[in-house]
Design a binder for this molecule. Structure first.
Ligand SMILES: Cc1cc2nc3c(=O)[nH]c(=O)nc-3n(C[C@H](O)[C@H](O)[C@H](O)COP(=O)(O)OP(=O)(O)OC[C@H]3O[C@@H](n4cnc5c(N)ncnc54)[C@H](O)[C@@H]3O)c2cc1C
Length: 291
């Protein structure tokens, strides 16, 4: 799995399957259920730490579910496996705005929907009109965000409720965007470039990582990165797992980090934040498989 995660960490998948379309994906879910095999749905692998012993059962790689089509005058429907960057570029090419804050965030449409990803104070559910899914019984569902507003909150979506295995597989997502004038297209392109440049300047792409390790919590009074900085965690290292020297909430693989060392570093940060600040930090990165 180290080849399929942005951390570049993770042992083997027992079975790795990349269905070519929604029907094939649904059949895999159904067959796995019949055989009692767990299924882990993989998007871009940008928010997961996979254990060194790998993942039992089936890893369903969604990357081939990468279609894109227009919907109405100002909408786009994207397959779950399309990358967020491709989605943003497609929208721009079609003169549609609303996604620019998400440009530069690693990962897939399905992963962003599952996580209700959030960039620059905007979350994906604000541009999402609906998402279509299938579960292990083959039941298709379409969730309209406007109807189920309560299911979406900070880094939460209705898809997390059923857990990640045997849950619903997001197949596609409909985005409601905004028609742009020619001048606005140029401004939107510039805004996208600025977002990517800001991430580059903040060191997001410097070494393999999964972005922010912990969620922010307003109740703690400051962003988590600043809290971890205040207790001297920048640059802290266990083996090749390192708290990045440039942002204390981004942990990086500085070479050949094991999952075990990265997990130890995460636990160490939690323990020190608890001891020195009385803060309970909730991981945003998801631990997957066996450690
Ligand atoms: C450099 C960097 C910067 C980052 N910046 C941000 C940021 O600004 N904001 C932010 O919110 N996140 C950020 N992240 C984290 C990450 O990009 C997001 O969480 C992203 O949405 C994860 O998508 P993914 O496709 O990689 O999901 P994965 O990591 O592959 O999976 C994450 C979870 O989603 C589930 N999942 C994935 N696809 C599906 C599907 N089709 N159906 C059902 N479940 C699915 C998986 O099973 C898993 O539980 C950053 C990461 C990196 C490496």
């Amino acid at each position: 799995m180290s080849a399929h995660t942005t951390f570049k960490i993770g042992g083997p998948a027992e079975a790795f399957v990349r269905p070519g379309d929604a029907e094939a994906a649904a059949s895999i879910l159904a067959a796995a259920r019949a055989e009692g095999l767990p299924v882990f749905v993989l998007g871009g692998g940008a928010n997961i730490l996979v254990g060194d012993k790998g993942i039992r059962g089936i890893v369903l790689d969604s990357s081939s579910l990468n279609s894109i089509r227009p919907e109405g005058e100002d909408g786009l429907v994207a397959g779950a496996g399309l990358s967020i960057d491709e989605l943003c570029l497609e929208a721009l090419a079609r003169g549609l705005g609303g996604l620019e804050d998400f440009f530069g965030m690693p990962g897939s449409v399905g992963g962003a929907v599952f996580m209700n990803a959030r960039c620059y104070e905007r979350e994906i559910s604000q541009v999402l009109a609906w998402a279509g899914s299938v579960d292990a019984e083959g039941r298709r569902a379409r969730r309209e965000v406007a109807i189920d507003r309560g299911g979406w909150s900070y880094k939460r979506s209705p898809y997390q409720a059923g857990g990640q295995a045997a849950g619903e597989l997001v197949l596609e997502a409909g985005f409601h965007l905004r028609n742009l004038s020619d001048e606005e297209v140029a401004a939107t392109a510039a805004a996208m470039r600025a977002r990517r440049a800001d991430r580059e300047a903040k060191g997001h792409y410097r070494l393999p990582s999964a972005g922010s390790v912990f969620k922010n919590d307003r109740a703690l009074g400051a962003p988590t990165g600043r809290l971890l900085d205040s207790i001297g965690l920048r640059g802290r290292r266990i083996g090749d797992a390192m708290v990045s020297p440039w942002h204390a909430n981004i942990f990086v693989n500085a070479g050949k980090s094991t999952a075990a060392d990265m997990r130890k570093l995460i636990e160490l940060a939690q323990a020190e934040a608890q001891e020195k600040l009385g803060s309970r930090l909730e991981p945003e990165v998801m631990m997957v498989g066996e450690f």
